[in-house]
Design a protein around this ligand. Structure first.
Ligand SMILES: *Cc1c(COP(=O)(O)O)cnc(C)c1O
Length: 430
């Protein structure tokens, strides 16, 4: 039976008149899977309901922040209470220090932290800081890693193995892109070669310690270790972008899982409990270069916003309870294994990755260890799978190159229902 979509279709038409592409962030427009986006009305736990009354089990979870699920009781009640006391002051509050302290206690390499309003802003600021600290210009990033939309990071590799970048978006001056060097993810030799050739000009290497924006691509053995080693050798600042992985794969993020201490860490998503937040932090020696302690400028009217801080504190409090990550891991492994079985039964080539509660099913013939591998996926098949799942009440990311997130609100029953939907969906698309 066809799902009712009348109201979503009408709202979609209207949205496209008022906003470019009908959305405030591109992936929401379903370009990766085609079709009409659903318009959401509300969420509770792991479920969302669209404006036509259809119910879905949600694995996007606002692209990662909602690790407790939608409208979590403690977050909602504390945000309400905070709102009644005032939504913004631009004056220091005690709660900001409490969130900063919670982050510092959790994330091994972070000694001092600054709160901002988005992940993009966190990365942009961390890079400015790294450049100021080293008095060097070049930023090294990895293909397929996403670090927000700051100009210098919307860059792809130029021709040749280790080259300065070219813009991926109009509006990014080639002169900016030329300050960014792009390397293949999980390639230790390429990183070592770039550093031995250009080390004295490289300010920082930024990496997602587990890539989560080309699907989920874990680091190969030794990749993060060698990044730590070569950056230390060349006096380069190592930045881990833990905006997805922070408080997701472990309370202390990927760096606690892999036991590697970057110099700077960027955070976002989960630490805002579903409200707009970002943060960057690291060694005090580096962080103290930030204004007003030091000369590097960065500011924000709404930074440390009381509602966002309260939501973040509530989220971290729940996540610090015993057994939480074990439960997330258990649910996600049930889902991951169910998907592997379902794909095998349908005879559909696929490659599955999972670390804790973030996972990905690539419609790929071979393993996916970097961006080139990811691009070989059958995205058309993913699109079909996506719509079959949607029809069966499961909301996956509307793109092959995104993670699925399991939250604390997903129950065994939800996972079983999802796996059944996948079994049927995969048979439909062979
Ligand atoms: C989401 C994300 C960002 C950007 O954060 P925004 O809050 O969307 O600006 C940066 N880096 C990574 C790894 C992300 O997943």
């Amino acid at each position: 039976m066809a799902r009712k979509m009348t109201k979503s279709r009408r709202l979609w038409k209207q949205a496209q008149r008022y906003m470019p592409g009908g959305v405030n962030s591109p992936v929401r427009a379903f370009k990766g899977v085609s079709g009409t986006p659903i318009f959401v009305e509300r969420g509770k736990g792991c479920k969302i309901w669209d404006v036509d009354g259809n119910e879905y089990i949600d694995y996007v979870c606002s692209w990662g922040p909602l690790i407790l699920g939608h409208a979590h009781r403690e977050i909602v009640s504390r945000v309400k209470k905070a709102a009644e006391k005032g939504t913004s002051f631009g004056i220091p509050t005690e709660r900001e220090s409490e969130l900063a302290r919670a982050i510092i206690r959790a994330v091994p390499s972070v000694e001092m932290v600054r709160l901002v309003n988005s992940g993009t802003e966190a990365v942009m600021s961390a890079i400015r800081l790294a450049r100021a600290f080293t008095n060097r210009s070049i930023v090294v990033k990895f293909e397929g890693c996403y670090h927000g939309h700051a100009d210098g990071l919307l860059v792809k590799a130029g021709s040749g193995a280790t080259t300065l970048g070219v813009p991926t978006s109009p509006g990014v001056p080639p002169e900016y892109a030329a300050c960014t060097m792009t390397l293949p993810y999980n390639n230790i030799d390429a990183a070592a070669a770039a550093c031995s050739d250009h080390g004295s000009r490289i300010a920082c290497i930024i990496a997602e310690p587990i890539a989560g924006n080309m699907g989920v691509v874990p680091p190969v053995n030794g990749f993060l270790e060698s990044l730590r080693e070569i950056t230390e050798k060349h006096g380069i600042v190592l930045i881990f972008d833990e905006i997805i992985t922070g408080f997701r794969v472990a309370y202390g993020g990927a760096q606690s899982l892999f036991k590697i201490r970057p110099d700077l860490t960027t955070l976002g998503k989960i630490i805002g409990g579903g409200l707009p937040v970002g943060a960057y932090g690291g060694k005090a020696e580096i962080m103290e270069k930030m204004a007003p302690a030091g000369p590097v400028y960065q500011a924000g009217t709404l930074s440390g916003n009381p509602l966002a801080v309260e939501a973040g504190l509530a989220a971290l409090e729940v996540l610090s309870r015993p057994g939480v990550y074990k439960k997330l891991d258990k649910m996600a492994s049930l889902l991951g294994e169910g998907l592997i079985r379902a794909a095998r039964m349908a005879g559909i080539p696929s490659y599955h990755t999972r670390i804790g509660s973030m996972l990905c099913m690539f419609f790929s013939e071979g393993p996916v260890n970097n961006y080139d591998d990811a691009l070989k996926c059958n995205t058309q098949r993913y699109g079909k799978f996506f719509h079959e799942m949607l029809r069966r009440g499961v909301y996956l990311a509307p793109s092959q190159f995104e993670a699925a997130f399991v939250s604390l609100a997903h129950t065994e029953k939800d996972i079983e229902k999802t796996v059944r939907a996948a079994e049927q969906s995969l048979l439909e698309i062979v």
